[in-house]
Design a protein around this ligand. Structure first.
Ligand code: NAP
Length: 245
């Protein structure tokens, strides 16, 4: 098994990478800005006995995506993609959100996922000479809740990710590729600090029926399950892992 995890340097991506390493996946970990963090995750994965490399790959850049897939080709035959890279960037009503921020959030969360999925299909599709595989897209509970007063444009992007999941699962069912999504709720990662509100993990926890934020390690097994052979008949599913949210 050889899997690409975009945004594998921290948070849910890093937890997923380490979970997958424990299951024997060789890994290519994409990151955007922090090579040291990504290399540390790769090292921890290698300590679990698999091969793992970190590659700088902004998912909005086609040459960067190409570098990610070239690194995978150097390791062997690609069998999986976790489309995890994402950000919220900014917390406000839509009317107070700059165009540049909206564009960036859509580019990373939606366009990036689409471009990476397209490249993975070109490699893994049995109709195109590949051996099949699985794609797991990381969505958000926001795709169905809408995230009013926080980031409706982000939620719109994640709803797009869920439509991508459904459509692509049907397009590829006869080509040996399953496509599923995981929709986390509130998870304790740096994404909230990245949007200027590190305290959101605590303040938003009151809205979660479970009464607390989830940990990245509670999302990773769902992603790994959908990626793996035990989910051989699951395709087009969106698995919500959100403490009841
Ligand atoms: P995080 O801790 O902030 O990590 C985000 C990861 O994405 C980092 O590895 C980051 O790389 C990478 N990244 C950001 N922009 C990128 C770009 N343009 N190109 C490539 N990589 C990029 O966030 P997280 O909470 O783990 O989020 C992971 C996924 O879960 C995202 O899709 C997010 O939308 C989704 N999600 C999170 C929550 C939550 O509450 N945490 C809830 C629902 C859904 P660098 O560090 O190198 O920049």
């Amino acid at each position: 098994m050889l899997t690409i995890v975009t945004g594998g340097s921290r948070g849910i991506g890093a937890a997923t990478a380490l979970h997958l390493a424990g299951e024997g996946h060789d890994l290519v970990l994409g990151f955007r800005s922090d090579p040291r963090a990504a290399e540390q995750v790769a090292e921890q994965a290698r300590a679990r006995g698999v091969r793992a490399v970190a590659v700088r790959a902004d998912v909005t850049s086609e040459p960067d995506i190409e570098a990610l897939f070239t690194a995978a080709a150097d390791l062997g035959r690609l069998t999986g993609l976790v489309n995890n890279a994402g950000l919220t960037a900014h917390i406000a009503d839509l009317a107070d959100t700059p165009t540049e921020t909206i564009r960036h959030v859509l580019d990373v969360n939606l366009l990036g996922a689409i471009l990476c999925a397209r490249r993975a299909v070109q490699v893994m599709s049995t109709r195109r000479g590949g051996e099949g595989g699985a794609i797991v897209n990381v969505s958000s509970s926001g795709a169905t809740l809408g995230s009013p007063h926080e980031y409706v444009h982000y939620s719109a992007a994640k709803a797009g990710v869920e439509a991508l999941t459904v459509g692509l699962s049907k397009e590829l069912a006869a080509e040996g590729i399953r496509v599923n999504a995981v929709a986390p709720g509130l998870v304790r990662t740096d994404i909230h600090a990245g949007a200027g509100k590190p305290e959101r993990v605590e303040t938003a926890a009151a809205r979660v029926p479970a009464g607390r934020a989830g940990e990245p390690e509670e999302i990773a097994p769902a992603i790994a399950w959908l990626l793996g052979e035990q989910a051989s008949y699951a395709s087009g599913a969106v698995l919500r892992v959100a403490g009841g949210l």
